[in-house]
Design a protein around this ligand. Structure first.
Ligand code: G3P
Ligand code: CA
Length: 352
């Protein structure tokens, strides 16, 4: 019996020592606040909470309710994958095709696997972009999500400008090879709606309305990094940097890209093109990767991080922010809000 207790104590002690060494090594490889100063200079909140396709845990991705919720919950940025319709309207839509998140098979059965750029804006508006969510997630379903339309970049900006907060825009040129020249089209919309070359002139956020629901007050839009461009596509990001060098850019790095060419090779690409940061997939958020990016003078925003333990771990590994479907959870985990009353915000937005 005594021997058993001794062995158990030795194992526990060993684990504690190993944990302490791992923790110390991780802090040595990647101090958690190494990117804070760069974020401060660029006026990027730290740690940043980027609402991935809106608050897409609670509402159908890339729709108006998802973006309105993200804004009112207090996300720093509204993230959008930008693509272009056949009649050159820039819209927020992630996939190359429409089957996963619309009823295209019902409305255009002969074109259901065709790519988004073969559809006009009017045709996209004939589709239901919300009901799939109610079917996939019945526990989060709402009648208000049925029959939702696609969101244009113009509408996304209008959403960012309304409500109690002024979130920034974190805009990805998605599948840019399918939309040649989309970079100019995106900038033309930003210019037209006065988000570029100067930042927008907006009324201050509504502190009282935010306090009533426990949401943080966000005024990122008017700052130096009110818009951040992002892409996996080097050509597209380089084009955006050339057209609008004042707008910071983040180079996205997937696990597959890192496996093919090595993480450090992509970090080099990011520095050579003049990016502000990198956006590595969550599995790449290890201390030696994040630390390396920091030493090269880059911010690190990892995607797509939805579990509190993952948020904590990546932050302890030095992440300067995350893309998440769950901005309210991230804000609480990062101690940027105490307890956000999500139901009150859903009610305020009349999302029944
Ligand atoms: O833009 C960051 C993250 O969204 C990249 O992945 O596929 O969700 O656009 P994806
Ligand atoms: Ca994206």
């Amino acid at each position: 019996m005594k021997r058993c207790v001794k062995v158990l104590s030795a194992v526990i002690l060993g684990l504690v020592v190993l944990g302490a060494i791992a923790c110390g090594t991780s802090r040595f490889l990647s101090p958690p606040n190494a990117g804070r100063e760069l974020a401060r200079v660029w006026e990027v909140p730290h740690p940043a909470v980027v609402a991935h396709r809106g608050a897409s845990w609670l509402a159908p991705e890339s729709t108006a309710p998802a973006y309105e919720l993200a804004r009112d919950l207090g996300a720093d940025y509204l993230e959008a994958d930008l693509q272009r319709t056949r009649d050159r309207v820039v819209v927020a839509f992630h996939d190359e095709t429409l089957e996963r998140t619309t009823n295209v098979e019902e409305v255009f059965p002969d074109r259901s696997t065709d790519r988004i750029e073969t559809f006009t804006y009017g045709e996209l508006m004939e589709l239901d972009h919300g009901s799939w969510f109610n079917q996939a997630y019945p526990e989060r379903a709402r009648d208000a999500y049925e029959g939702l339309g696609v969101v244009t970049l113009r509408e996304l900006i209008e959403i960012a400008e309304a409500g109690p907060n002024n979130p920034g825009l974190y805009l990805e040129t998605k599948s840019a090879q399918n939309h040649p020249g989309i970079e100019e089209d995106v900038l033309a919309v930003l210019e037209d709606l006065c988000w570029y070359p100067e930042g927008p002139e907006l009324a201050g956020p509504d502190v009282t309305a935010n306090a009533a629901v426990g949401a943080p007050t966000i005024d990122v839009a008017a700052g130096r990094s009110g818009i951040i461009f992002q892409s996996f596509h080097t050509g597209s990001l380089e084009q955006l940097i050339e057209l609008a060098p004042e707008i910071p850019a983040v180079y996205l790095i997937s696990a597959a890209m890192a496996e093919e060419n090595g993480f450090r090779r992509h970090v080099k690409t990011a520095t050579e093109m003049g990016a502000l940061g990198v956006g590595p997939g969550g599995r790449l958020g290890l201390p030696w990767n994040t630390g390396h990016a920091h030493r090269e003078g880059l911010l690190v925003h990892n995607y797509t991080i939805n579990q509190p333990w993952q948020m904590r771990l990546l932050r302890s590994f030095g992440a300067d922010g995350i893309f998440t479907d769950r901005p309210a959870v991230a804000l609480e985990v990062f101690d940027r809000a105490e307890e956000i009353d999500v139901d009150a915000i859903l009610d305020r937005l009349e999302l029944k």
